[in-house]
Write a protein that binds this ligand. Structure first.
Ligand code: DOR
Ligand code: ZN
Ligand code: ZN
Length: 439
């Protein structure tokens, strides 16, 4: 096969560590075929799929079923998250043996009504995962506060779309990130903070990194590029968990990416169909929207506008995700010996996002009508075309593979927070008498 790439640029395929491809259980929204086709069109060559499906991916049986579905349909490579909750702690060894890329823990409730563990349950879960070296990705929001606040607003008859924004103060994320960081520090369990949406939660994240906690963070295009003033223009489609917040949060999120406090961009690709997204009562609208297909064009537009460099983008979309999940140097980089996971892009192409043309089964997004500059023209996974000239390569269906087989996570650093604590507060270890000191 020959290819004329005159005028095009070659980037490492993006690694999107946060997608919901809805299978099994919600295939009217998406499946591994449509979801990974969307990834291929978005220049994304590896995705990590979330476990909030039916049944939740919390047992070896459920995981095996999902591996089968994905391997039969996927156009791009994938990792599967195992669900980490109080009732799945006992399944951790089996899940690891059956091939998870990592675990997902819901500190707050979201789509699928997955129960959130107590703090004690989380501690136990982290203790069990730590020796497996896997990373635990967190939906870091305090459960009860948001549920209660939202039902109070609902009871008060608030219909204004901004009520949802008001219903979700950033403190629920600040508290959750802080608590998770402490549990990570004491257990050595690696963590990843999903969908960072506010300036406020950057502080506990930065502090944890400064203490040496093995924590990574992601933000999403919707938090970098949208703000509260977009609710009126976009309508209920914009509803997502966590919510798009006031525009004042955007600059600190960009700065955190540049300084390395936030490591990467993921999308939280969370497709729902139009019937589930467009409702008069915003409280009944399903949260989330597709993103895997529009992330690269949206971000390349920011490159064209001079807001970041192309190497910033590659670091946040490919290099850092690969490093955090032990896929580097096989994935996330173009070099001899690495997998040829490649997005060939036209950095100059100006076009307008049209949700009817999305590969995703959920043909509705807040990005509809947005002018962008930059388009993936061809996508290759391990050297084979999966999307060529903006056309899906049908024969690539079922060629995507689980990347847990290439994952190499070194044993976590042995945490010794007790020593740090003694230093800071000057409490003689001998007088503490708790189990952690061995006294
Ligand atoms: O908006 C969201 N949608 N946030 C989540 O945490 C879950 C996701 C979904 O699965 O729909
Ligand atoms: Zn989430
Ligand atoms: Zn999500």
């Amino acid at each position: 096969e020959t290819l004329d790439a005159t005028g095009l640029h070659i980037l490492p395929g993006a690694i999107d560590v946060h997608v919901h491809f809805r299978e099994p259980g919600y295939t009217h929204k998406e499946d591994f075929g449509t979801g990974t086709a969307a990834a291929a069109f978005g220049g994304v060559t590896t995705v990590f799929d979330m476990p909030n499906v039916i049944p939740p991916t919390g047992t070896a049986e459920a995981l095996a079923a999902k591996h089968k579905l994905a391997s039969e349909k996927a156009y791009v490579d994938y990792g599967l998250y195992g669900l980490l909750g109080e009732d799945t702690i006992a399944h951790v060894p089996d899940l690891v043996a059956s091939g998870v890329i990592g675990f997902k823990l819901y500190m707050g409730n979201t789509f699928g009504n997955i129960p959130s563990p107590t703090t004690g349950g989380m501690l136990e879960a982290f203790e069990v995962v730590a020796p497996t070296a896997k990373r635990v990705s967190l939906h870091a929001e305090t459960a009860s506060i948001m549920a209660r606040r939202e039902s109070r607003l609902r009871a008060a008859g608030r219909k204004d779309p901004l009520a949802h924004l008001a219903a979700r103060p950033a403190v629920v994320a600040v508290e959750a990130v802080s608590r998770a960081a402490v549990l990570s520090e004491w257990t050595g369990c690696r963590i990843h903070v999903l969908h960072i949406s506010s300036a406020e939660e950057l502080r506990p994240l930065a502090e944890a990194k400064a203490r040496g906690v093995d924590v990574t963070g992601e933000t999403c295009p919707q938090y970098l590029l949208l703000g509260a003033e977009d609710y009126g223009r976009i309508g209920p489609v914009i509803r997502v968990n966590p919510p798009v917040r006031e525009a004042r949060n955007q600059a600190p999120l960009w700065a955190a990416l540049k300084s390395g406090v936030v490591d990467m961009i993921a999308t939280d690709h969370a497709p729902h169909i139009p019937d589930e997204k467009v409702r008069d009562d915003i409280f009944t609208v399903d949260c989330g929207f597709p993103g895997v297909e529009t992330q690269m064009p949206l971000m390349l537009t920011e490159v064209a506008a001079g807001r970041m460099s192309i190497s910033d983008y590659v670091r946040w979309s490919a290099v850092n995700p690969a490093k955090a999940w032990g896929l580097y140097p096989h994935k996330g980089i173009l070099q001899p010996g690495a997998h040829a996971d490649i997005a060939i892009v036209d950095l100059k192409r100006a076009w307008t996002i049209d949700d009817q043309k999305l590969q995703s089964r959920a043909k509705i997004t807040p990005w509809h009508g947005r002018a962008v500059t930059g388009l993936p023209v061809h996508t290759l996974v391990r050297g084979r075309f999966v999307m060529k000239d903006r056309t899906l390569v049908e024969s690539a269906r079922g060629t995507g593979r689980s990347v847990h087989t290439v994952q190499d996570m070194p044993a976590p650093r042995v945490a010794n927070p007790d020593a740090a604590m003694t230093e800071i507060v000057k409490i003689p270890a001998s007088s503490r008498g708790d189990a952690a000191t061995g006294a």
